[in-house]
Ligand binder design. Structure first.
Ligand code: ZN
Length: 474
């Protein structure tokens, strides 16, 4: 058992809407306890609502113009402002991070670490956390879901017949993923002494994107699915259960902060149905003879291959057209070391029967069914997310109306009695603390926390290198 527990536990709930939580508060006991015992309000996000940029804004207290992390294209090494855990390391404080977007294990004083879903490498530290990443990344979870379920009473009740419905399957998969993640997080904070710990849940965002339509089938013009009407609630309840588990093992005087990077709302009908590229076996499916890997981040497909193939593929993808037309299919992005592409807006949204058409790609005629699938996106990111904080000095049952995602980093720094950075774009929202606490803990400032952010080789780079080596590139 660890002798030291974190002073602050940051729980990220991607896409969480406080509105939804409050509407269902009677059935979400952990959220209810936290809201009653702390301060809460709508956490205002910054458009465009791109998760990597937002999570970095949360952990730095600075806007993306300063952080230089603007979206899925940004690399971790592009970051120009320190994360809160790097600032904490200045006073030798230690941190542990589970699935925090854009965080890196080489950030200072990181004692335990699991990379987020954006990274497909099977890397974690220390080694006892690797199995979680292994299970989720290799889709072992998906394949063994029902076997695993025997260990989890909460989904034991679900009948086998649901296995055939992909959407029900997805809800189960995400619940289990969050369950396993929490177990990994709890194991880590029990074993490894840290001063700051963060864990992020992404299930609510993922399920809202695809399942919001079931809450209002009439609006979306789809058939009602009684079994899925509550799937979004089921996900919030699963996250509520994870939060309760975490609350049960940390001391009472721990600060708990719950934040989302944005909220979710219904998509407008004109963008409800859309086409999407299937990343798996893409190069094989366009009958490309060279070797390489493709993977998706958001709607963008990234290609890992050698430089010669990259050039080759860049022009093949740029010239790809729908057969018997001059409509280009892909947006292609290339830089010195990277090649990625996405569907052109027109192909994504305005050609509903795209999958039934053919394309000419690299001089070959290809059925687009092989490369493209049709999806329904019923939930879209919105400005109003969730903020809840409890702990010493924080008022009870206090409603802050609105708070910015940029205000979170200053808040956390204040909780450690460390001076705030004058160059923060966010500010300390003192009104959530009691006057007595503020009097005892005056706010102080430094001009700026300055860092050399160029670290050593990260696990990610090492892993990528290994992957390329195995493919025979290096
Ligand atoms: Zn997000």
């Amino acid at each position: 058992m660890s002798s030291r527990f974190p002073k602050v536990v940051l729980i990220g709930v991607d896409g969480a809407s406080l509105d939804f939580i409050k509407k269902n508060i009677k059935r979400l006991p952990a959220f209810k306890t936290l809201i009653e015992n702390g301060a809460s309000g709508n956490l205002l996000s910054n458009p465009p609502f791109v998760s990597p940029a937002l999570w970095v804004e949360i952990a730095t207290g600075k806007k993306r113009d300063k952080t230089n992390i603007r979206g899925f294209f940004s690399k971790k090494t592009d970051r120009k402002e320190p994360f809160i855990w790097e600032i904490l390391s200045l006073t030798s404080l230690k941190s542990g991070l589970i699935e925090y977007l854009m965080a890196d294990d080489r950030d200072r004083n990181i004692q335990f670490f699991i990379p987020s879903w954006m990274e497909s490498n099977i890397y974690a530290k220390p080694d006892f956390l690797i199995p979680y990443k292994q299970w989720t990344e290799t889709h072992l979870v998906r394949r063994n879901l029902f076997k695993l379920m025997n260990f989890y009473s909460f989904i034991k009740k679900i009948k086998m017949k649901f296995q055939k419905n992909k959407d029900i399957w997805q809800v189960l998969y995400y619940q289990l993923r969050e369950e396993l993640k929490t177990n990994a997080f709890i194991k880590a904070i029990k074993k490894i002494p840290v001063d700051f710990a963060a864990v992020s849940f992404y299930a609510a965002d993922a399920i809202q994107h695809s399942h919001l339509k079931y809450t209002d089938p009439e609006y979306f013009g789809i058939r009602p699915e009684p079994k899925l009407k509550e799937s979004i609630f089921d996900i919030y309840r699963a996250i509520d259960r994870q939060i309760r588990k975490i609350m049960n093992i940390i001391p009472k005087n721990t600060y708990i902060i719950i934040v989302s990077d944005h909220g979710q709302e219904k998509t407008s009908l004109d963008i409800f149905q859309r086409n999407m590229i299937k990343p798996a076996n893409f190069l094989k499916n366009i009958e490309y003879s060279g070797e390489g890997n493709t993977y998706a981040l958001g709607n963008t497909i990234h290609i890992q291959t050698i430089p010669e193939n990259r050039k080759d593929l860049e022009s093949i993808l740029r010239d790809a057209v729908i057969k018997d037309s001059d409509i280009n299919i892909f947006n292609v992005f290339s830089s010195e070391n990277e090649l990625s592409f996405s569907l052109k807006n027109e192909c994504e949204r305005k050609i509903p029967d795209l999958i039934n058409k053919q394309a000419v790609i690299g001089g070959k005629v290809i059925n687009l069914k092989k490369l493209i699938k049709q999806v329904e996106l019923s939930g879209i990111h919105s400005k109003e997310g969730t903020f809840i904080a409890t702990g010493p000095g924080i008022k009870y049952d206090f409603n802050i109306n609105e708070i910015s995602i940029l205000d979170i980093a200053p808040l956390m720094l204040y909780m450690y009695s460390m001076p705030l950075d004058k160059t923060f774009d966010g500010k300390l929202r003192t009104e959530i603390f009691t006057q007595e606490f503020l009097d005892k803990n005056p706010v102080s400032y430094v001009d700026r926390y300055d860092f050399d952010l160029t670290g050593s080789e990260s696990g990610e780079d090492k892993h990528l290198e290994e992957k390329l080596k195995n493919l025979g590139y290096l």
